[in-house]
Design a protein around this ligand. Structure first.
Ligand code: GLN
Ligand code: ZN
Length: 763
């Protein structure tokens, strides 16, 4: 037999119970006992769901009040000075303070820990903060309590902890000790792992799962060496250890991972199926091999035959040393497809969420021991039927879309003239002042806007009434921008719920779930749209709104679209065609919209690519290929227009050094970026590369309600002008303003326009 286990289960609950309880607790509407009761209830439910699905070894430690990395920081006593409780021992309020910061009222206030993306997923973790003299001490009992809790319920459990190397890798050294190598902290950290493992052994735990996903990254040699050192020490602890890797192949770390002195190894065969034969050869004869064969990161049903082929082969070689699991923690997939009451039967039949993925894992294990059991035969037949219906479905395969893709020529992704010629024509046609001012697209999404949309969706507002409500928002946004005397206006995006979903809803080939929520961070969940089939745009999506807005003003109205890479990154993609093909289909759909906007008289079109950088693969060796097709997709979107039409793009993050070449290759006439918090240092990359096109470096941070004065913004602009020639600079905020309120938005923009005027006078 092959033991079935799960690496982790989503913690949010089928109905996002955890989110609701957290938020009620923060508002003071639920007390701590109430919050803890919700947590306990969810854990019990999730263990039971997995057990009922047929999972034999259940994860503990996957539950977190906010984030699992944060839980580890508390466990090791990695609590930055500014959050140290007076009483000495951290508690739930310490945890939430670290996650969310505390206002000025309490101990002078403390800003939250930094948050960043968990590998290449859309989950965000709280970055551990170390100091050079960091001490570690077991300071949080949650894991042990939850182990007891699960065992009291009669479950066989496998605690899950983040390994010491991955934990250190994820953290940052703060303070004056910049340049301090955090790897030096390892020897101080390891004794705490020893204690944890000893405690778990005392509790009667047989197996523990130690996650070391950094083994799927390009690791510096000293980190590789540290693995051997660390696990030679850890192996002494008296329980069995499975080291888990996921999100990619082990590649050059394969020999290292296989030979660590541990009892088992989990590998991701969804992301990296090619590593299987080598691992089999390199695995020492005493070790368990856990195969991740069911995709933990997407919503599609597993092709059971395909998985079973590998499994049977492995079983012959490994016998009882073979385990089967999802590829990674199910944290990254929605909870339960059973909740979807509005999906059509065909589509529902193609999908699997966390609960169903557990069933698939169990079925695979079962199929090994009892290949002829009726339920096994039935499940395999059903899986085959799904594969067959998808392979032939006209809902997925659209000859017209494919023919259009096949007919693409290189010149389709090439603007007719080089930038220098285009910009000359654009300057002549647009007649903008130096340091032109604009915004990134959205204006405050007020409660009134959300209420109107809700009422429209519930049928309480007619389409005409809803349109009028949105028109009135647009009129307001245009009036304000004219009063502020901005140069290039936007319509404000009032009608958009979300920058991806809004477009996905209007494209052919997308589907939507009702309950497909996945945790993004803390209590924030996202419900990504699902790319089901070949994508196309049946009709114009934004033209009427933009035309209406342009009709209200004699200034230029900027059309506003989401780019193909961002559409793809923030959706659940297909698995039957490459990301590249999906990006190209999206590119053609959005290109049609760009052309329709141009035909409607719009002279400036912005194509947002907020997720361009986050699409980068984990391994450097794959960057070139990704950047190639991602850049190409953007160019395909943007290249149909005349020279006179100005294409903008926008990206909101602060790391361009390693991708600047591709940013330049996108060849947008203007790029607006987030720079204010980096004090314009971010522009160094653009300067060093001699980036040729126009740039709008954000002059104020939109994440905070603070209103900087015009002197502060003018200072930033002067810094920008030291790096980029003044005639190529634009003036704009860091990002869209949808999360802000109107008063602070207007106040900040007044100052921004004043700063631009100041600069015009100086240059
Ligand atoms: N145009 C979008 C907005 O202003 C861009 C958002 C983003 O880059 N995240 O809201
Ligand atoms: Zn942005």
């Amino acid at each position: 037999m092959a033991l079935s286990h799960s690496l982790g289960f989503p913690r949010i609950g089928r109905d996002r119970e955890l989110k609701k309880a957290q938020e009620a607790f923060w508002k003071g509407e639920l007390d701590e006992a109430g919050l803890r009761a919700v947590g306990r209830q969810l854990r019990a439910e999730h263990w039971q769901l997995q057990k009922d699905a047929g999972i034999e070894l259940l994860p503990v430690g996957d539950f977190a009040w906010y984030d699992q990395v944060l839980t580890h920081s508390l466990t090791f006593g990695v609590v930055p000075e500014r959050f140290r409780p007076h009483s000495g021992t951290p508690d739930l309020s310490t945890l939430f303070a670290m996650a969310r910061g505390v206002g000025k009222g309490c101990c002078g206030g403390a800003h939250a820990q930094e948050m960043t993306k968990w590998f290449d997923t859309n989950y965000h973790y709280l970055v551990p903060e170390f100091t050079a003299d960091q001490q570690f001490a077991l300071s949080w009992e949650q894991l042990f309590e939850e182990v007891d809790e699960a065992r009291a319920l009669g479950h066989t459990v496998k605690p899950v902890i983040i390994g010491p190397l991955t934990y250190l890798w994820l953290g940052k050294v703060k303070g004056e000790t910049e340049g301090f190598d955090k790897l030096e902290l390892l020897d101080r950290l390891l004794p705490v792992y020893g204690e944890i493992l000893q405690r778990l052994a005392d509790q009667g735990v047989e197996w523990v799962q130690i996650d070391e996903p950094i083994l799927a990254l390009d690791l510096p040699q000293d980190w590789k060496n540290a693995f051997e050192r660390a696990y030679n020490l850890i192996q002494r602890e008296p329980l069995k250890k499975l080291i888990a890797t996921y999100f990619g192949g082990l590649e050059d770390n394969l020999g290292l991972a296989a030979s660590l002195p541990l009892d088992g190894l989990h590998i991701d065969l969804v992301r990296a199926p090619e590593q299987y034969p080598t691992i089999l050869d390199r695995l020492p004869a005493y070790k368990v091999l856990s195969l991740g064969l069911v995709n933990g990161r997407n919503v599609w049903r597993c092709d059971l035959d395909k998985a079973l082929d590998v499994l049977r082969h492995a079983h012959e070689r490994l016998g009882d040393r073979l385990w089967v699991a999802p590829s990674c923690s199910l944290l990254h997939s929605p909870v339960d497809l059973g909740r979807e009451d509005k999906l059509d039967a065909e589509l529902k039949g193609w999908l699997a969420f966390a609960v169903q993925k557990c069933e698939e894992v169990a079925l695979l294990s079962h199929a090994l021991t009892e290949p002829e059991a009726p339920e096994v035969l039935a499940a395999l037949a059903a899986s085959r039927a799904v594969q067959a219906s998808r392979a032939a479905s006209p809902r997925i395969h659209k000859p017209q879309v494919q023919a259009r893709l096949a007919a693409l020529r290189p010149e389709d992704s090439q603007r007719p003239s080089p930038f220098a010629e285009r910009i000359a024509k654009q300057r002549e046609g647009l007649c903008l002042p130096a340091f032109p001012t604009t915004t990134i697209g959205s204006f405050p999404q007020t409660a009134a806007i959300r209420l109107a949309r809700q009422a429209f969706k519930q049928g309480k507002l007619s389409e005409a009434e809803y349109t009028e409500a949105m028109h009135s928002e647009i009129r307001h946004a245009v009036q304000v921008q004219e009063r502020l005397d901005l140069d290039v206006l936007v319509h404000g995006e009032a009608e958009r719920n979300d920058m991806v979903e809004y477009f996905a809803e209007q494209l052919d080939g997308y589907a939507f779930t009702r309950f497909g929520w996945v945790q993004s961070y803390g209590s924030r969940c996202v419900k990504p749209a699902v790319i089901v089939g070949d994508l196309s745009r049946p009709q114009a999506m934004t033209v009427e709104w933009i035309k209406y807005a342009q009709g209200l003003t004699a200034k230029w109205m900027k059309g506003m679209l989401t780019g193909p890479v961002t559409m793809l990154m923030w959706s659940f993609p297909r698995e039957d065609v490459s990301r590249e093909v999906q990006a190209r289909q999206l590119a053609l759909a959005i290109r049609d919209e760009v052309l329709d906007l141009e035909a409607a008289g719009i002279r400036i079109v912005q194509i947002d690519e907020a997720a361009f950088r986050e699409g980068l693969p984990l391994r450097k060796a794959e960057w070139q290929s990704y950047l190639g097709w991602a850049t190409e997709a953007f160019r395909l979107t943007a290249s149909g227009v005349r020279d006179e039409t100005q294409i903008h793009t926008h990206m909101c993050y602060s790391e361009f050094n390693d991708v600047i070449e591709s940013i330049a290759a996108m060849d947008a006439d203007v790029i607006t970026i987030e720079t204010s918090r980096s004090d314009m240092e971010l522009l160094d990359a653009f300067e060093a590369f001699a980036y040729p096109n126009e740039i709008g470096p954000g002059v104020y941070d939109i994440h905070s309600p603070r209103v900087p004065d015009s002197a502060e913004m003018a200072k930033l602009l002067r810094k920008a002008a030291e790096r980029i020639p003044a005639e190529r600079l634009w003036v704009n905020p860091d990002c869209g303003l949808k999360t802000r309120a109107w008063p602070e938005t207007e106040a900040a923009l007044v100052n921004m326009v004043a700063a631009a005027r100041q600069l015009r006078a100086e240059f």
